[in-house]
Ligand binder design. Structure first.
Ligand SMILES: [Zn+2]
Length: 90
């Protein structure tokens, strides 16, 4: 079983974006675009490859943004506990 060979169960009334290469359904168009680029890199057309590269860059920007926000939250929690300790434990 490969990373993309997974069992799926799509409700009959749900909209699905189906991969034309392997038939795997996706809930969102963006997921299908990313899947095509990752699972079928040698088969995709130039347009599909461009769409994949755009979606990949957007995904990477979202991940970078999340890392910065997560680091900020950790810093606030750390100094929050540090100051709480300095004030209440003294
Ligand atoms: Zn596929």
């Amino acid at each position: 079983m490969t990373r993309t060979d997974v069992d799926t169960d799509v409700p009959a009334d749900a909209e699905a974006h189906v991969c034309s290469y392997c038939g795997r359904p996706f809930a969102r168009e963006k997921y299908l675009v990313l899947h095509r680029g990752l699972a079928h890199p040698d088969d995709v057309s130039d347009g599909e490859r461009d769409a994949y590269e755009r979606a990949y860059a957007e995904e990477q920007a979202d991940i970078d943004r999340f890392r910065i926000v997560a680091l900020g939250v950790l810093v606030v929690i750390y100094f929050g506990f540090l100051f709480a300790y300095a004030v209440f434990a003294a």
